[in-house]
Design a protein around this ligand. Structure first.
Ligand SMILES: Cc1ncc(COP(=O)(O)O)c(C=O)c1O
Length: 429
């Protein structure tokens, strides 16, 4: 009776209310936000003081020359693509496994995303498949440091150098992760981060960009603020004149202040995530058929999502892997383990790429005058992404990130896995 699975009416392993909620909001965070309200400065004509301070602090944290703040990671990526000179009809090479926030900025620039399958060990784009996707239209390679693990940046950067391409890192999940001692987002030409509430550095919503290049900074600043040239004079002598088409991508003061307060604890959160992730890998790796995430020795991860794979053959599955995966999620969740899938297919299999349709209704940008290739996105071209997603789950949810859980909770997670895997035959009925 003691071992009866919780989905079958048995007691759960992880008690209700034990899991901590992400993001953690402290009194200091509340004081920071209240401080903004009391100051009565909610934004700047060009940029507010909290956003400006956040830029200074983020540049310092990453040992980068410049940081720019935005109202989302998507806005930061869109701006970086503009700064890189991406124009309608250009191609941007990126990973087939990410979030729509990676390819939408490409489409927003009326450019064409070209997807690369993943390396099934790191879940990052397979650098061996990049070169034969490069054409005369390619402008940017955009590696995504998925789940907080940096991509193979040496290979990405040397291909970019060889073909004179710009590297824009999608570091939206990788705040403070390192590759050969350098922070993610500082290795390519520009690196972009999300401050969405689920991220290790949270502002509710928001984004950041890093670069060492002055020219990219001035193009990015124009794009962020209505195409205006931001001068040192800021508000007083603001000209209001647009020099290019621009957006309103400025970060507001309330999330900027909240992010600055959270940034003081980012390294601590990352340490907790690494401790918990390593512990899970050590313990869950002992369960036959489970494959913990791989972290090459030259880089660190944040386990922004802790993705655990299973081997259908080793487990002797008698049902399709995806059916088993979903039952496993249900069983673990009933035991109180925070689990989710987070993406179920390669992004090129999404409807937008299958119908080559979009909100424009005319098949833009694929059938625009700027692009005369007959492009097709074949989901079969990304077998490793499909296989990984069919045979894995994430041991955390947006609300219950491992970034903020105690070791005791991780021990109970492991106990729950053992309980479920001791009763595996029940999931295959
Ligand atoms: C890998 C990746 N790229 C881009 C984004 C877009 O960031 P945002 O949601 O802040 O626009 C996200 C986050 O949601 C992400 O996880």
């Amino acid at each position: 009776m003691k071992n009866k699975l919780a989905i079958h009416g048995g007691p759960s392993i992880v008690p209700d209310g034990l899991k901590n909620i992400w993001p953690e909001i402290t009194q200091a965070d509340k004081d920071a936000v209240l401080g903004v309200l009391e100051s009565n400065i909610l934004t700047g004509g060009v940029h507010g003081p909290e956003a400006a301070e956040l830029e200074t602090e983020w540049a310092r944290y990453n040992d980068s020359k410049f940081a720019l703040a935005f109202n989302s990671g998507t806005a930061a990526l869109h701006t970086a693509l503009f700064a890189a000179g991406v124009e309608p009809g250009d191609e941007v090479i990126t990973s087939a496994f990410s979030f729509s926030g990676s390819y939408n900025p490409v489409l927003q620039q009326h450019a064409i995303p070209i997807f690369v399958d993943i390396d099934p060990r790191t879940f990052n784009l397979d650098v061996n498949q990049i070169e034969n996707k490069i054409t005369s239209r390619t402008k940017v390679i955009m590696p995504v440091h998925i789940h907080g693990l940096p991509a193979d940046m040496d290979e990405v950067c040397s291909l970019a150098e060889k073909h004179r391409l710009v590297v824009v890192e999608d570091a939206c999940q990788a705040h403070g992760a390192t590759y050969k001692g350098k922070n993610a987002g500082t290795i390519g030409d520009m690196g972009c981060f999300s401050l969405n509430a689920t991220k290790n550095l949270s502002g509710g919503e928001g984004g950041l960009m890093l670069t060492d290049n002055d020219a990219y900074v001035s193009r990015a600043k124009m794009f962020r603020t209505f195409g205006e040239k931001e001068g040192d004079e800021q508000d007083k002598f603001r000209s209001y004149e647009s020099h290019t088409m621009g957006y309103n991508y400025r970060l507001q003061e309330l999330p900027a202040a909240f992010t600055r307060s959270q940034l003081k604890r980012l390294s601590d959160y990352n340490e907790i995530a690494v401790r918990n992730g390593n512990y899970l890998s050590e313990e869950l790796g002992k369960i036959h058929g489970l494959i913990p995430p791989y972290v090459p020795s030259d880089r660190t991860t944040l386990y922004h999502k802790y993705r655990l794979c299973f081997d259908p053959e080793a487990l002797g599955l008698t049902i399709p892997a995806t059916v088993f995966r979903n039952r496993l999620v249900d069983a673990l969740e009933a035991e109180g383990v925070a689990t989710c899938l987070w993406q179920t297919k390669p992004m090129p299999a999404y409807r937008i790429f299958q119908s080559l349709d979009s909100d424009y209704g005319t098949g833009h940008p694929w059938r625009s005058p700027f692009y005369d290739e007959d492009i097709r996105y074949d989901p079969e071209e990304y077998p490793e992404t499909s296989r990984v997603l069919d045979t894995s789950l994430c041991v955390n949810t947006e609300k219950h990130a491992i970034t903020v859980q105690s070791l005791e909770t991780m021990e109970l997670y492991v106990a729950a896995f053992h309980k479920v895997f001791d009763n595996l035959d029940l999931l295959m009925d």
